[in-house]
Design a protein around this ligand. Sequence first.
Ligand code: OGA
Ligand code: MN
Length: 294
Amino acid sequence: MSLSFKRIHPDFGAEVSAIDLNQTYDEQTLQELRDAMAQYSVLVFRDQHFSAQEQLDFAKRMDGELHAKTSSSVLAKNRYGNEALTDISNVGQDGDILGAEDRRRMNGISNRIWHTDASFEDPAGRYSMLYARNIPPVRADTEFADMRAAYDALDDETKRTIEGLHVNHSIVYSRHTMGFDFSPEESERLPGATHPLVKICQDSPRKSLYLASHASRIIEWPIPEGRLLLKDLIEHATQRKFVFSHEWRLNDLVIWDNRTTMHRARPFDDKKYKRELTRVTTLDLPREKQARVA
Ligand code: OGA
Ligand code: MN
């Protein structure tokens, strides 16, 4: 199958020509999509049709093993019965909009700060695949920032300073900065992880800044100094020139590479309108070790 890719930003991101991913099984096309991910970091697919199980199955075909230790899974039972299918919505088990003070809402709206998915795990998240099942009648975009372009634009002295540094990522930390605290028992299930600040991922030789709201400190530096560096880098990396905004349509599937981008949800009136998406995130395991399920 021959695919075409329409750029949506000068540096990264593309909208892919018509394809039914739920019916895509041939390895050649899947490899073409992985190669496109290495190049573009974010791919937008229109008019997809997945049940919950079909979305999980596609993610396994596309990339392999799935991340299931999500923050929402420590708070409530998953509405779809599988912790690997993250419920990115503002509704509860009964399908009603969550109350303003509901802990699930308080946790979920922290997606509105710049982050990458599952950086607090080891192995961390690789691809995230977010599917729009119900879209509000108002804009509720997701923004993406290009962490390879952001790295390239650093001055040489900064590049030298940050080479070899490691970052601790903790969702307990990032939620705390937002005024949301996990209980001690919940926190135990989310211990955090350490990753290099400058990342070269297996699929592309370009370096990337691996940042997130979850980045709590630089291992090699005193905590306040490290946090200042992280804040500076995030400010640099999220300048408008590195960002594009995805305006959702019903049945869009957007796939992004968490190693080379950050993202955030933009606010909308979530006490009035429902917004329901489901996300599957794969783990950044070496590809040769990974069992893809065809
Ligand atoms: C996510 C996420 C943003 C959004 O699914 O990981 O951050 O706009 N979503 O819902
Ligand atoms: Mn996210």
